[in-house]
Design a protein around this ligand. Sequence first.
Ligand code: HAM
Length: 413
Amino acid sequence: MSPKFQAPRGTFDILPDEEQVRTRIESTARDLFGRAGYGRIETPVFEDTELFARSVGEATDIVRKEMFTFEDHGGRSVTLRPEGTAAICRAYLEHGMQKLPQPVRLWHLGPFFRYEAPQAGRFREFNQIGAEAIGSDSPLVDAEQIMLLDDLLRELGVPGIRLRLSSLGSIDARAAYREELKQYLRAHEPRLAREVRERIDANPLRAFDSDDEGTRAVMAEAPTMLDRLEGEDSEHFDEVRRLLDRAGVEYELDGTLVRGLDYYTRTVFEFTCDRLGAQSGIGGGGRYDGLVEQLGGSPTPASGWAAGVERIILALGEQHAAEARDVFVAAADGQRHQALALVTELRRAGLRAELDLAGRGMKGQMRQADRIGARHAVILDENGAAALRDMASGEQRELDPGRVVEEIAAARG
Ligand code: HAM
């Protein structure tokens, strides 16, 4: 019989056996960002709907069909955040961070929400680690950020990573290119999928992402923004590439790289992982030089990225082994209070210690010690005498009950 209630579609419970890998991802990120001078920021899980509509873009899939939006009891429209950049720019302005030395460098980790069709690696609630550097247009920032994400994936040991790199040019250049692309799409309209045809005006770049065969054939010949880069945009991108080349970071130039958010300008990138199948994007980002201004600030160039925690876990494919315990205290019936006192003492000494909480007999307790992977068992017999058993070798010896903590700590090495 299936249980009456299940986690909502596209969501999941995080069970204790996944705790270790999640903690490792978080602490690796914290270390990495700490070394690079990034400070942590966390913004609310919901925001004014308008913030996302304006930043992410009215014509994007995210805003059109993936936001969890509702009216609160005060009649305001609020949305569970589908991404982190908009809110971080909001916080940058709200807290007057323009007055700090620029660029302001921030990182975050937390849950995000998108109403997408669930499949492997695609959820309705998922977690992102992200980085933003607000207040510099230097190509050094682009390169440094790409290298930070590269390092994060490397330090975590994510296999089969590839980097796709492109540039969308500045806002004006991108607008001119969009017009050119719209004309190209109109000229080939009969061969395009209906969904693409319907969105020629609203979001022509999305055509590069289509799975439809006819559309793909048309897009293979389409002009890309990369072909049209000129002047300062071109110099900026060349410098980002030179910096990556010098640092030995490998990438593939890909003018068809489209990000699902409208705020990007100039450099865009995406890391993919061969292990992930259809949802191969493990992390991505780029520059968004117009966003802060769009939200009411003065012109402020910025750049950032986010990576999916669940996709990292999937890519790692780790067996989440529970951490081994140092000691299990097994006790005869009359000695259970002693067992509780002893595990408390052992825990205070920094050891991982457990006792039987299910009224098992001595044999059952030893089986439990084995099951949890305890290195040692302390056995308290009915007379209060203690013995120490090495669970791997089965060797057992008597123990002075007053010296259990020292002996276990010594045996642990
Ligand atoms: P994004 O590419 O939409 O970028 O998301 C970043 C990462 O979040 C993806 O590469 C993927 O690993 C993960 N992700 C996205 N959607 C899902 C989902 N439904 N289920 C599981 N994982 C998912 C952004 O969100 C931008 N804010 C990144 C950025 C920061 N750009 C500049 N600054």
